[in-house]
Design a protein around this ligand. Structure first.
Ligand code: ZN
Length: 136
């Protein structure tokens, strides 16, 4: 994986704006761990895979409809590009705007929390979330 260092710094400079190229690209990498990126990273068990597919399909289609109507919202329109981008864009929100994602898309937040095995809502106020100290 090759990332623009400036993009990495830009993403870290605003740790709660919901945009972070490192999270985005690592989400794609996790998605690709068992084949082509398709927005359905590997999960143990048919039940969890079906829950993921049901939730992500419904949320992805809702975003596509919202974008087609020209409406704004929490999830960036780029997530409507395809299912892989949807997973990457919502992963950025999961880590950078967890309270907003949980409030607006609770089922989606629940699936991401299960996949990543962490709940970044509890990180706030404890440590700078995914921040990188700038030396410049
Ligand atoms: Zn992407």
């Amino acid at each position: 994986m090759v990332l623009s260092w400036q993009d990495v710094l830009d993403g870290a400079a605003h740790p709660d704006d919901g945009r972070n190229v490192v999270i985005h690209e690592f989400a794609h990498r996790l998605d690709q761990a068992h084949g082509a990126a398709n927005g359905a990273p590997w999960l143990p068990g048919a039940v969890r895979r079906r829950q993921w597919a049901d939730t992500f399909t419904a949320e992805f289609e809702a975003l596509q409809r919202r974008v087609a109507r020209g409406e704004g919202g929490l999830i960036d329109a780029y997530g409507a590009t395809d299912a892989a981008e949807f997973f990457a864009v919502t992963s950025e929100l999961f880590f950078e705007r967890p309270d907003d994602l949980a409030a607006a898309h609770p089922a989606l937040h629940r699936q991401l929390r299960g996949f990543y095995g962490v709940d970044p809502r509890h990180w706030q106020g404890v440590t700078p979330r995914l921040g990188i100290a700038s030396k410049s």
